[in-house]
Write a protein that binds this ligand. Sequence first.
Ligand code: FAD
Length: 310
Amino acid sequence: PFEVLIIGGGPAGAAAAIYTARKGVRTGIVTERFGGQVNDTLDIANYPGISHTTGPEYAAALEQHVRDYEVDLITAQSVAELVPATQPGGLITVKLGNGGRLQSRSVILATGARWRNVGVPGEEEYKTKGVAYCPSCDGPLFKGKDVAVIGGGNSGIEAAIDLAGVVKHVTVLEFMPEMKADAVLVKKLNSLPNVTVHTNAQTTEITGEGGKVSGLKFRHRGDGTDASVDLEGVFVQIGLVPNTEWLGDTVQRSKFGEIEVNARGETSVPGVFAAGDCTTVPYKQIVVAAGAGSTAALSAFDYLIRTPAP
Ligand code: FAD
Protein backbone atom coordinates (compact mmCIF):
# COMPACT_ATOMS: atom_id res chain seq x y z
CA PRO A 1 0.00 0.00 0.00
CA PHE A 2 0.91 3.64 -0.39
CA GLU A 3 1.62 5.98 2.47
CA VAL A 4 0.22 8.92 0.50
CA LEU A 5 -2.08 8.48 -2.49
CA ILE A 6 -2.92 11.63 -4.40
CA ILE A 7 -6.02 11.79 -6.58
CA GLY A 8 -5.65 14.32 -9.38
CA GLY A 9 -2.58 15.43 -11.31
CA GLY A 10 -3.07 19.18 -11.64
CA PRO A 11 -0.91 21.80 -9.89
CA ALA A 12 -2.31 20.84 -6.45
CA GLY A 13 -1.67 17.11 -6.89
CA ALA A 14 1.75 17.65 -8.46
CA ALA A 15 2.89 19.98 -5.66
CA ALA A 16 1.64 17.50 -3.05
CA ALA A 17 3.56 14.64 -4.71
CA ILE A 18 6.80 16.62 -4.86
CA TYR A 19 6.51 17.41 -1.16
CA THR A 20 5.65 13.92 0.07
CA ALA A 21 8.19 12.20 -2.20
CA ARG A 22 10.89 14.53 -0.86
CA LYS A 23 9.91 13.45 2.65
CA GLY A 24 10.69 9.91 1.57
CA VAL A 25 7.20 8.52 1.97
CA ARG A 26 5.76 6.10 -0.58
CA THR A 27 3.69 8.29 -2.88
CA GLY A 28 1.32 7.55 -5.74
CA ILE A 29 -0.80 9.74 -8.01
CA VAL A 30 -3.91 8.53 -9.83
CA THR A 31 -5.25 10.96 -12.38
CA GLU A 32 -7.35 11.09 -15.50
CA ARG A 33 -4.77 13.34 -17.14
CA PHE A 34 -1.65 15.07 -15.96
CA GLY A 35 -1.59 18.87 -15.67
CA GLY A 36 -5.31 19.37 -15.13
CA GLN A 37 -6.89 22.59 -16.31
CA VAL A 38 -3.46 23.96 -17.09
CA ASN A 39 -3.62 21.92 -20.30
CA ASP A 40 -6.51 24.12 -21.44
CA THR A 41 -4.75 27.38 -20.60
CA LEU A 42 -2.95 29.35 -23.25
CA ASP A 43 -0.81 31.83 -21.35
CA ILE A 44 0.26 31.79 -17.73
CA ALA A 45 1.78 35.07 -16.59
CA ASN A 46 0.98 35.15 -12.88
CA TYR A 47 3.06 32.35 -11.41
CA PRO A 48 5.76 34.03 -9.29
CA GLY A 49 9.23 33.53 -10.72
CA ILE A 50 7.98 32.54 -14.17
CA SER A 51 7.29 35.72 -16.12
CA HIS A 52 5.54 33.87 -18.88
CA THR A 53 4.82 30.33 -19.96
CA THR A 54 2.10 28.45 -21.81
CA GLY A 55 -0.31 25.93 -20.30
CA PRO A 56 1.03 22.90 -22.19
CA GLU A 57 4.63 23.89 -21.39
CA TYR A 58 3.83 24.30 -17.72
CA ALA A 59 1.89 21.02 -17.61
CA ALA A 60 4.88 19.20 -19.14
CA ALA A 61 7.23 20.86 -16.63
CA LEU A 62 4.96 19.80 -13.75
CA GLU A 63 5.03 16.19 -14.91
CA GLN A 64 8.81 16.26 -15.37
CA HIS A 65 9.25 17.70 -11.88
CA VAL A 66 7.11 14.92 -10.37
CA ARG A 67 9.04 12.30 -12.36
CA ASP A 68 12.30 13.60 -10.86
CA TYR A 69 11.19 11.80 -7.69
CA GLU A 70 10.05 8.32 -6.82
CA VAL A 71 6.35 8.70 -7.42
CA ASP A 72 4.07 6.01 -8.88
CA LEU A 73 2.22 7.83 -11.61
CA ILE A 74 -1.02 6.18 -12.66
CA THR A 75 -2.52 8.23 -15.50
CA ALA A 76 -5.62 7.80 -17.67
CA GLN A 77 -7.42 6.37 -14.64
CA SER A 78 -10.39 7.85 -12.86
CA VAL A 79 -11.24 7.24 -9.24
CA ALA A 80 -14.84 6.26 -8.50
CA GLU A 81 -15.03 5.77 -4.75
CA LEU A 82 -13.27 6.51 -1.47
CA VAL A 83 -13.69 4.11 1.43
CA PRO A 84 -12.36 5.53 4.73
CA ALA A 85 -10.28 3.39 7.07
CA THR A 86 -12.20 1.34 9.61
CA GLN A 87 -9.78 2.35 12.39
CA PRO A 88 -7.68 5.48 12.95
CA GLY A 89 -4.38 5.10 11.11
CA GLY A 90 -5.75 2.19 9.07
CA LEU A 91 -5.81 1.78 5.32
CA ILE A 92 -8.05 3.93 3.16
CA THR A 93 -9.31 2.25 -0.03
CA VAL A 94 -9.61 4.02 -3.36
CA LYS A 95 -11.70 2.26 -6.01
CA LEU A 96 -10.89 2.99 -9.64
CA GLY A 97 -13.32 3.38 -12.52
CA ASN A 98 -11.89 0.21 -14.10
CA GLY A 99 -12.71 -1.84 -11.00
CA GLY A 100 -9.16 -1.77 -9.58
CA ARG A 101 -8.40 -0.87 -5.96
CA LEU A 102 -5.56 0.99 -4.32
CA GLN A 103 -4.85 1.33 -0.62
CA SER A 104 -3.05 4.02 1.28
CA ARG A 105 -2.57 5.23 4.83
CA SER A 106 -3.41 8.76 3.75
CA VAL A 107 -5.13 10.30 0.73
CA ILE A 108 -4.93 13.78 -0.80
CA LEU A 109 -7.93 14.77 -2.91
CA ALA A 110 -6.89 17.16 -5.69
CA THR A 111 -9.47 16.53 -8.41
CA GLY A 112 -9.91 20.16 -9.43
CA ALA A 113 -12.87 21.53 -11.31
CA ARG A 114 -14.49 21.62 -14.74
CA TRP A 115 -16.63 24.02 -16.77
CA ARG A 116 -20.23 24.55 -15.65
CA ASN A 117 -22.93 23.80 -18.23
CA VAL A 118 -25.60 26.40 -18.99
CA GLY A 119 -28.22 23.66 -19.24
CA VAL A 120 -30.32 24.93 -22.16
CA PRO A 121 -31.66 22.91 -25.11
CA GLY A 122 -28.96 22.51 -27.77
CA GLU A 123 -25.97 22.66 -25.40
CA GLU A 124 -25.47 18.90 -25.12
CA GLU A 125 -26.43 18.26 -28.75
CA TYR A 126 -23.95 20.76 -30.20
CA LYS A 127 -21.01 20.23 -27.85
CA THR A 128 -17.87 20.30 -30.04
CA LYS A 129 -20.14 21.26 -32.97
CA GLY A 130 -20.09 24.94 -32.09
CA VAL A 131 -20.63 24.81 -28.33
CA ALA A 132 -17.25 25.29 -26.65
CA TYR A 133 -15.85 25.94 -23.18
CA CYS A 134 -12.20 26.81 -23.70
CA PRO A 135 -11.70 30.02 -25.69
CA SER A 136 -7.95 29.70 -25.80
CA CYS A 137 -8.23 26.12 -27.09
CA ASP A 138 -11.12 26.49 -29.52
CA GLY A 139 -11.16 30.20 -30.35
CA PRO A 140 -9.03 29.82 -33.48
CA LEU A 141 -11.63 27.41 -34.94
CA PHE A 142 -14.02 30.35 -35.22
CA LYS A 143 -11.68 32.70 -37.06
CA GLY A 144 -13.70 35.26 -39.02
CA LYS A 145 -17.02 33.94 -37.68
CA ASP A 146 -19.69 35.27 -35.32
CA VAL A 147 -19.74 33.83 -31.80
CA ALA A 148 -21.37 34.42 -28.43
CA VAL A 149 -19.95 34.23 -24.91
CA ILE A 150 -22.41 33.28 -22.18
CA GLY A 151 -21.30 34.78 -18.87
CA GLY A 152 -20.08 38.24 -17.90
CA GLY A 153 -17.73 37.32 -15.06
CA ASN A 154 -13.94 37.51 -15.32
CA SER A 155 -13.64 34.32 -17.37
CA GLY A 156 -16.44 35.38 -19.74
CA ILE A 157 -15.04 38.84 -20.33
CA GLU A 158 -11.48 37.59 -20.71
CA ALA A 159 -12.83 35.10 -23.22
CA ALA A 160 -14.73 37.81 -25.12
CA ILE A 161 -11.65 40.06 -25.29
CA ASP A 162 -9.53 37.13 -26.44
CA LEU A 163 -12.07 36.02 -29.06
CA ALA A 164 -12.66 39.54 -30.39
CA GLY A 165 -9.11 39.47 -31.73
CA VAL A 166 -9.78 36.29 -33.71
CA VAL A 167 -13.44 36.11 -34.68
CA LYS A 168 -15.61 38.55 -36.65
CA HIS A 169 -18.03 39.50 -33.90
CA VAL A 170 -18.69 38.57 -30.27
CA THR A 171 -22.06 38.82 -28.51
CA VAL A 172 -21.78 38.70 -24.71
CA LEU A 173 -24.78 37.59 -22.66
CA GLU A 174 -24.87 38.23 -18.92
CA PHE A 175 -27.81 36.98 -16.87
CA MET A 176 -27.53 39.66 -14.18
CA PRO A 177 -28.18 43.38 -14.75
CA GLU A 178 -24.44 44.12 -14.38
CA MET A 179 -21.34 42.32 -15.59
CA LYS A 180 -19.48 40.73 -12.67
CA ALA A 181 -16.02 41.08 -14.20
CA ASP A 182 -13.35 43.46 -12.90
CA ALA A 183 -13.78 47.08 -14.06
CA VAL A 184 -10.50 47.05 -15.99
CA LEU A 185 -11.73 44.11 -18.09
CA VAL A 186 -15.15 45.65 -18.71
CA LYS A 187 -13.47 48.88 -19.82
CA LYS A 188 -11.26 46.99 -22.24
CA LEU A 189 -14.24 45.04 -23.57
CA ASN A 190 -16.27 48.21 -24.12
CA SER A 191 -13.41 49.69 -26.15
CA LEU A 192 -13.60 46.90 -28.74
CA PRO A 193 -15.49 47.64 -31.97
CA ASN A 194 -16.73 44.10 -32.69
CA VAL A 195 -18.40 43.25 -29.37
CA THR A 196 -22.09 43.62 -28.39
CA VAL A 197 -23.08 43.16 -24.74
CA HIS A 198 -26.55 42.18 -23.52
CA THR A 199 -26.96 42.33 -19.74
CA ASN A 200 -30.06 41.03 -17.91
CA ALA A 201 -30.27 38.48 -20.70
CA GLN A 202 -31.20 34.84 -20.17
CA THR A 203 -30.01 32.36 -22.75
CA THR A 204 -32.92 30.04 -23.54
CA GLU A 205 -31.69 27.86 -26.41
CA ILE A 206 -28.74 27.11 -28.64
CA THR A 207 -30.11 26.39 -32.09
CA GLY A 208 -28.53 24.40 -34.88
CA GLU A 209 -28.75 23.48 -38.51
CA GLY A 210 -27.12 20.59 -40.35
CA GLY A 211 -25.61 19.28 -37.10
CA LYS A 212 -23.87 22.55 -36.23
CA VAL A 213 -24.66 25.62 -34.15
CA SER A 214 -26.51 28.26 -36.15
CA GLY A 215 -27.72 30.65 -33.47
CA LEU A 216 -28.78 31.41 -29.95
CA LYS A 217 -32.08 32.53 -28.41
CA PHE A 218 -32.33 34.68 -25.32
CA ARG A 219 -34.85 36.60 -23.26
CA HIS A 220 -34.46 40.22 -22.15
CA ARG A 221 -35.30 39.71 -18.48
CA GLY A 222 -36.33 43.35 -18.06
CA ASP A 223 -39.33 43.32 -20.39
CA GLY A 224 -39.68 39.61 -21.11
CA THR A 225 -39.16 39.96 -24.86
CA ASP A 226 -37.38 37.22 -26.80
CA ALA A 227 -34.51 37.75 -29.21
CA SER A 228 -32.15 35.68 -31.28
CA VAL A 229 -28.74 36.01 -32.95
CA ASP A 230 -27.27 34.08 -35.84
CA LEU A 231 -23.82 32.74 -35.07
CA GLU A 232 -21.56 29.73 -35.43
CA GLY A 233 -20.05 29.37 -32.00
CA VAL A 234 -21.14 29.64 -28.37
CA PHE A 235 -18.58 29.79 -25.56
CA VAL A 236 -20.07 28.91 -22.17
CA GLN A 237 -18.20 30.77 -19.42
CA ILE A 238 -20.32 30.57 -16.30
CA GLY A 239 -17.88 29.19 -13.83
CA LEU A 240 -16.51 25.95 -12.57
CA VAL A 241 -17.94 22.92 -10.79
CA PRO A 242 -15.70 20.90 -8.46
CA ASN A 243 -15.00 17.29 -9.52
CA THR A 244 -16.27 15.84 -6.27
CA GLU A 245 -19.60 14.11 -7.04
CA TRP A 246 -17.92 10.71 -6.79
CA LEU A 247 -17.23 11.33 -3.09
CA GLY A 248 -20.92 11.27 -2.14
CA ASP A 249 -21.23 11.75 1.61
CA THR A 250 -17.85 10.27 2.54
CA VAL A 251 -16.27 13.70 3.12
CA GLN A 252 -18.06 16.87 4.09
CA ARG A 253 -18.72 19.17 1.10
CA SER A 254 -20.15 22.70 0.84
CA LYS A 255 -23.47 23.44 -0.88
CA PHE A 256 -21.42 24.10 -4.04
CA GLY A 257 -19.91 20.63 -3.78
CA GLU A 258 -16.50 21.89 -2.67
CA ILE A 259 -14.64 19.71 -0.16
CA GLU A 260 -14.56 21.48 3.21
CA VAL A 261 -10.96 21.95 4.33
CA ASN A 262 -9.33 23.77 7.22
CA ALA A 263 -6.10 25.78 7.04
CA ARG A 264 -4.12 22.52 7.17
CA GLY A 265 -5.98 20.97 4.27
CA GLU A 266 -7.69 18.45 6.56
CA THR A 267 -11.12 17.15 5.53
CA SER A 268 -13.81 15.69 7.80
CA VAL A 269 -12.21 12.23 7.45
CA PRO A 270 -8.99 11.45 9.40
CA GLY A 271 -6.11 10.78 7.04
CA VAL A 272 -7.91 12.35 4.07
CA PHE A 273 -6.67 15.77 2.96
CA ALA A 274 -7.69 17.97 0.04
CA ALA A 275 -6.22 20.84 -1.98
CA GLY A 276 -6.89 23.13 -4.91
CA ASP A 277 -9.97 23.90 -6.98
CA CYS A 278 -11.96 20.95 -5.60
CA THR A 279 -11.98 22.54 -2.12
CA THR A 280 -13.52 25.51 -0.34
CA VAL A 281 -10.24 27.45 -0.74
CA PRO A 282 -11.01 30.98 -1.93
CA TYR A 283 -9.48 31.86 -5.33
CA LYS A 284 -8.95 29.16 -7.89
CA GLN A 285 -5.47 29.82 -9.25
CA ILE A 286 -2.39 27.76 -10.03
CA VAL A 287 -0.24 29.32 -7.32
CA VAL A 288 -3.05 28.91 -4.77
CA ALA A 289 -3.61 25.27 -5.77
CA ALA A 290 0.12 24.51 -5.66
CA GLY A 291 0.42 26.15 -2.24
CA ALA A 292 -2.56 24.19 -0.94
CA GLY A 293 -1.09 20.97 -2.36
CA SER A 294 2.12 21.49 -0.40
CA THR A 295 0.12 22.30 2.75
CA ALA A 296 -1.93 19.10 2.37
CA ALA A 297 1.26 17.10 1.77
CA LEU A 298 2.96 18.40 4.91
CA SER A 299 -0.24 17.74 6.89
CA ALA A 300 -0.40 14.19 5.52
CA PHE A 301 3.22 13.66 6.54
CA ASP A 302 2.46 15.00 10.01
CA TYR A 303 -0.54 12.63 10.22
CA LEU A 304 1.61 9.64 9.19
CA ILE A 305 4.27 10.22 11.82
CA ARG A 306 1.77 10.91 14.59
CA THR A 307 -0.83 8.24 13.86
CA PRO A 308 0.44 4.70 14.31
CA ALA A 309 -0.97 1.98 12.08
CA PRO A 310 -3.48 -0.13 14.06
P1 FAD B 1 -7.03 20.81 -11.86
O1 FAD B 1 -6.03 21.62 -12.61
O2 FAD B 1 -8.45 20.89 -12.26
O3 FAD B 1 -6.53 19.29 -11.90
C1 FAD B 1 -7.32 18.26 -11.39
C2 FAD B 1 -6.92 16.94 -12.01
O4 FAD B 1 -7.67 15.89 -11.40
C3 FAD B 1 -7.21 16.83 -13.49
O5 FAD B 1 -6.07 16.36 -14.14
C4 FAD B 1 -8.36 15.83 -13.59
O6 FAD B 1 -8.30 15.07 -14.77
C5 FAD B 1 -8.13 14.96 -12.37
N1 FAD B 1 -9.35 14.32 -11.87
C6 FAD B 1 -10.56 14.88 -11.66
N2 FAD B 1 -11.44 13.97 -11.18
C7 FAD B 1 -10.76 12.81 -11.09
C8 FAD B 1 -11.12 11.49 -10.66
N3 FAD B 1 -12.35 11.18 -10.20
N4 FAD B 1 -10.16 10.53 -10.72
C9 FAD B 1 -8.90 10.81 -11.14
N5 FAD B 1 -8.51 12.04 -11.55
C10 FAD B 1 -9.44 13.02 -11.53
N6 FAD B 1 -4.75 30.00 -13.00
C11 FAD B 1 -3.70 30.84 -12.90
O7 FAD B 1 -3.11 30.93 -11.82
N7 FAD B 1 -3.27 31.57 -13.96
C12 FAD B 1 -3.87 31.51 -15.18
O8 FAD B 1 -3.45 32.20 -16.12
C13 FAD B 1 -4.98 30.64 -15.33
N8 FAD B 1 -5.64 30.55 -16.51
C14 FAD B 1 -6.65 29.63 -16.64
C15 FAD B 1 -7.25 29.47 -17.90
C16 FAD B 1 -8.22 28.52 -18.12
C17 FAD B 1 -8.82 28.37 -19.48
C18 FAD B 1 -8.63 27.69 -17.01
C19 FAD B 1 -9.66 26.62 -17.22
C20 FAD B 1 -8.08 27.87 -15.76
C21 FAD B 1 -7.08 28.83 -15.56
N9 FAD B 1 -6.47 29.03 -14.30
C22 FAD B 1 -5.41 29.89 -14.18
C23 FAD B 1 -6.91 28.26 -13.11
C24 FAD B 1 -5.98 27.07 -12.83
O9 FAD B 1 -5.81 26.32 -14.01
C25 FAD B 1 -6.57 26.21 -11.72
O10 FAD B 1 -6.78 26.99 -10.55
C26 FAD B 1 -5.63 25.06 -11.36
O11 FAD B 1 -5.35 24.25 -12.48
C27 FAD B 1 -6.24 24.20 -10.27
O12 FAD B 1 -5.41 23.14 -9.98
P2 FAD B 1 -5.93 21.79 -9.30
O13 FAD B 1 -4.74 20.91 -9.22
O14 FAD B 1 -6.68 22.12 -8.08
O15 FAD B 1 -7.02 21.18 -10.30
